[in-house]
Design a protein around this ligand. Structure first.
Ligand code: ADP
Ligand code: MG
Length: 263
């Protein structure tokens, strides 16, 4: 072979990276402290396009703080967050634009009680995206259909069950057409019989190709719907792998202990 010909490896390296090659979300060396209490420690992690990553771990291990950092609801002390090709932690990052690309669903859904379900879903479309009222209404209706609640569009949220209200909150996040959806214990505040329908909506989203990071105590969901599961412990990402690996052959002693307590 010709010794001056470029090595195949070199060629691959030089090929331009297309947006499709990029992880939807990349976190590099992210840390966050409150005062002297470091609650997220040097977390490095990626979520691929269309991937569902579940984050599990004991209470106080930093799961919520990590998730809030991803949406810049908390500002990390150090580290980088990349949303596709956009570095959210760059000094000149457009935080509002970045936030609108990431949907978030919390334990407490915080719907506006004085507005209809439809208006709750369409509000940010008109106020943030500048969409016209009619188009926003139609978009909201479509999203409510997806979560099985089109019939409730004109109701006040208080007429709905907790599980239905959480599905409205999911529709509200989806209406913004986010690239990534973050869920923080979305079912933890619900009565057990209402959890199922919310998880079903999340499963549909996951299998429909949405990119998701899901903090959850629902191990059944993590096992079935996650592509990978990450275990957090004392602010660190202690172990990450396929559900099979995490649930069947965990390595980290704290993960084994955690699983033995909840499974
Ligand atoms: P998890 O979601 O895994 O339960 P959190 O991220 O909520 O964990 O909390 C991690 C640690 O950070 C806890 O010790 C908690 O008390 C602390 N913490 C969380 N939010 C704040 C805050 N706003 N101010 C001070 N400490 C906080
Ligand atoms: Mg939490």
């Amino acid at each position: 072979p010709n010794p001056v010909a470029p090595l195949p490896e070199a060629k691959t390296e030089a090929a331009p990276r297309t947006p499709d090659d990029l992880a939807a979300l990349q976190v590099k060396g992210l840390s966050k402290s409150y005062g002297s209490n470091t609650v997220v420690r040097e977390v490095t992690l990626d979520v691929q396009r269309g991937e569902t990553l579940c984050v599990i771990g004991p209470s106080g291990s930093g799961k919520s703080t990590l998730l809030k950092c991803l949406n810049l609801l908390e500002i990390p002390d150090c580290g980088e967050i990349w949303l596709g090709e956009t570095c959210l932690t760059a000094p000149d990052a457009d935080v509002d634009a970045a936030r609108s690309r990431v949907g978030m669903v919390f334990q407490h859904f915080n719907l506006f009680p004085h507005m209809s379900v439809e208006r709750n879903v369409s509000l940010a479309l008109t106020s943030v995206k500048g969409m016209g009222r009619e188009q926003a209404r139609a978009t909201a209706r479509r999203r409510l259909e997806e979560v099985g609640l089109a019939a409730f569009a004109e109701q006040r949220p208080s007429r709905l069950s907790g599980g239905q209200q959480q599905r409205v909150a999911i529709a509200r996040a989806l209406a913004m057409e986010p690239e990534v959806m973050l869920f923080d214990e979305a079912t933890s505040a619900l009565d057990p019989e209402l959890v199922k329908d919310v998880l079903a909506v999340m499963r549909d989203l996951a299998s429909g190709g949405m990119t998701m990071a899901v903090v959850t105590h629902e191990m059944g969901f993590a096992r079935e719907a996650a592509d990978r599961v990450a275990f957090m412990c004392d602010g660190r990402l202690a172990e990450i792998g396929t559900p099979d690996r995490i649930f069947e052959s965990a390595e980290h002693p704290r993960l084994r202990q955690f699983l033995s307590q909840i499974l």
